[in-house]
Design a protein around this ligand. Sequence first.
Ligand SMILES: [Zn+2]
Length: 296
Amino acid sequence: MKLKYLLSSMLLAALAFVVPFATSQKAPNFETPAWTRPFKPFQIAGNLYYVGSEDLAAYLITTPQGLILINSNLESSVPQIRESIEKLGFKFSDVKILLISHGHFDHCAGSAAIIKQTGAKYYVMGGDVSVVEACGKKEFEYSTRTDFHFPPTHVDRALHDGDTVSLGGTTLTAHLTPGHTKGTTTWTMDEVEGGRTLHVVIVGSPNVNEGYKLVANKQYPKIAEDYKKGFKVLKNLPCDIFLGAHGGYFGLDVKYPRWKNGDKNAFIDPSGYKSWIADRERAFEAALARQQTGKP
Ligand SMILES: [Zn+2]
């Protein structure tokens, strides 16, 4: 009886230690409800589909030789992404290549599970390879944020700026648009619809997160220079269909209802792309100026 009591109190003590940690792993305080709210999958154009949640975007590209998936999102997003792919009539096990927007947990924490379930190859931009392979512990800003860490994931191919990824007649191009992370990637591809070529841009992230040091950053000395390079690239990309790593970037909440009501051109928004990039560049320049003049 005494031993039983001792064992159960030891178990309780162990749980008291483990539970808060496990909870914080599952629910980083960064997370918002729109990240996990399910969203109906739909065809954006041609062989390009939306399979993400309300705000965490994931894209499926279908080809006769299998599927390409961009973004694995949170660990908890994986069953949702799988369901979305299956609802569209495709097989989750046909995912051959997994890509990401950048190495932050809200876009890549689900990668290990997806690779385990599908056998997909993982291609990641060089600057983010060590981050995703080391669970986020090598991230310049969040190395000590255990609630932002995720399962370690082996990368099969390190990408460089301008590299292409091809499968079954479809080619995507990886554009290095760094700053937000060292390997933030903006993906482009072309869709042909009704004899018209539509340039698709999936923006990786041009945002300056809270706490980012743009000046004298020991972990990322070239951060400001990299953001500037990224904006130069983004401003020069031809864009018809404007997409990104979060639904909020391109106004999914406004465009999807239009699409649902029959406007199949709802995501064609070259001017929206230009003005959003310009807005983000102004926000970056303002943050940089504030930090250079010593303001918080
Ligand atoms: Zn991010």
